[in-house]
Design a protein around this ligand. Sequence first.
Ligand SMILES: Nc1ncnc2c1ncn2[C@@H]1O[C@H](COP(=O)(O)OP(=O)(O)OP(=O)(O)O)[C@@H](O)[C@H]1O
Length: 637
Amino acid sequence: MFISTEEEKQISLPLDNEKGSIKSSPMGSNLDYLDGMPLETDLLDLPPPLTIYTDVNVVPEQEKNELEQSISNLEELRQKESSLDKKRKEALNKILDIKGCIRVFCRIRPFLQTEIRRIHEPVTIGLQKVVVKSVGSRKEFRFDKVFHQSTTQEDVFAEVEPILRSALDGHNVCILAYGQTGTGKTFTMDGTKDQPGIIPRVLEELYCQASMDNSSSTTFSMSMLEVYMGNLRDLLAPKTTHRTYDTAARCNLNIQTDKKGLVEIEGLTEVKIPDLAKAKWWYAKGRRSRSTSWTNVNEASSRSHCLTRINISHHGDDWKAKAEISKFWMVDLGGSERLLKTGATGQTLDEGRAINLSLSALGDVIAALRRKRGHVPYRNSKLTQILKDSLGDSSKVLMLVHVSPCQEDVGETICSLSFANRARAIETNGELPEDILNLRQKKILELEEEMREAEEECQVIRNQIQKAEFLLSENKNLILSTYQVPEEKEKTPRNLKEDNVVVNETPAVTDNRVRRTMRCSLPRFMNPTVASRQRQSASEKEIVRRARSFISGTRTSVQFSGSQSLSYSDIPIKSILQDSNRKSRFGEAKTILKESLKCNGSDLKTASLPRSNMVTASDPNLRITLCRHRRRMSDLI
Ligand SMILES: Nc1ncnc2c1ncn2[C@@H]1O[C@H](COP(=O)(O)OP(=O)(O)OP(=O)(O)O)[C@@H](O)[C@H]1O
């Protein structure tokens, strides 16, 4: 940035927050440049350019008024942003209501290399229906959406995205992958490195969406657990000892429901995930934990339900107010078929029973919810108890039923599809007349358009806010320094946010981070180390002790070693103490004090300093001692 040495110099700064690069116009030119390009077009959506004083002694009164005007404009922009965001949320909610709060999709896995492909395939699909032909019978099942064998992970995620937006808007959300073992549940939820599934994509998108929202701050935390044979296992719990599988510690989880109906799992590990890298790291850890348990204790992963929860905390403008939390559940359910197919016995039979029971309980709950029945049987399984507050009224549920294309699996395919159809219950689109369906579709398209427009407008406003905020903060700082306004205002996280040019590189703005930001305002080497703090505290105590003895007539001098620095901000008192070291006669104390105060340009009458400027010490005991010390010193004067 070009800074003039003249008394007053004005520079109009363009800012591109995406690129984050700022360039001032060349001397004498009226054009502004960004990354070497003239900025005429970029300036179109800029608020009226604000003036930044870079080297001033006085900012004219008129400019101050203009600044105030800009502040009120910013307020208007923020209000506009919030109302557009509300409009978008309402449109999305209406869309989800029309589509149904519980949606059931079906995905058919492609043939694997090891599988034999027949000329007449047993499973055929339409846009919203699946037909299964087995010996002499033909069964048709309807779904909200059917994904054919070549559907990509992107296509599947595109259908999940609206529900994700809903989670960010504050709703509880639940995505469930259901189906026979080997039909692709884990592939859909987890995916592979080349073809990431829903969970990694959701994580990525959550951070992306949250970072675009200026109006509130969002933080995320993650928990992962397994439901195995009716027990809950914490997948993110730290292991007690290396290579030890502490079953008791990891299974010791209770499900609690509070008066408001909110579910909490006592003892479940919840980790903060301030950025995407951390989120991915924890997710990978949880996945590994699951497979480790499989290796060590010989439990097949498909014999348990794996649940990943992202808690989304929404902090509004008021950081002191309690954050609103919404839950985003992503569940890879256990395979449903083994009991039927293998005629298992013993432990395997028990596992199969446990899975089937909990799946059937889940089916009952979803069917009851879709029928809008008064009683919903949540208590019938641990799985439904955990998900209780994320399957109910204002929540959004998405069930993805997975089926195999193979002839050998037809029996299980029909079972899975029947289960999913039961979850869809009577409220199926297929049972509605054609004209009503068309009307629905038309309304959805209208709402989608409305939502898109609101979103676009909102984005423009957000850009304007960011630019205005930057210019304002620049001007504000200069006005503050010019008018010597003491900035006593406590720095709340919101203020900090305003003071930053680029807000939210990741959405996580936690208390710790704010504290860190405040600490970071000093260069790192200037922050006290533990040792220096100890030395400083010892030094302070020593000074007080000696000052006391000095005042009470003891002829002890105060020694300052080179490495000991005084933390006193109060210069007169510091110099009094230093002088007292040189001239240690009690009789000279008053003279020393007067001299020292004169030296600092202070009059004795004005020597009583504001409280904020007084000697401070980190140790509360020391603070009391210092107060006494101050009183004695003032008695001397
Ligand atoms: N849509 C798909 N495209 C390509 N490969 C797939 C697809 N779905 C599943 N597969 C492959 O099928 C195999 C079985 O899938 P996966 O392990 O996801 O099944 P699953 O239902 O989770 O099984 P389990 O219940 O045992 O965990 C894997 O090799 C996977 O890569």
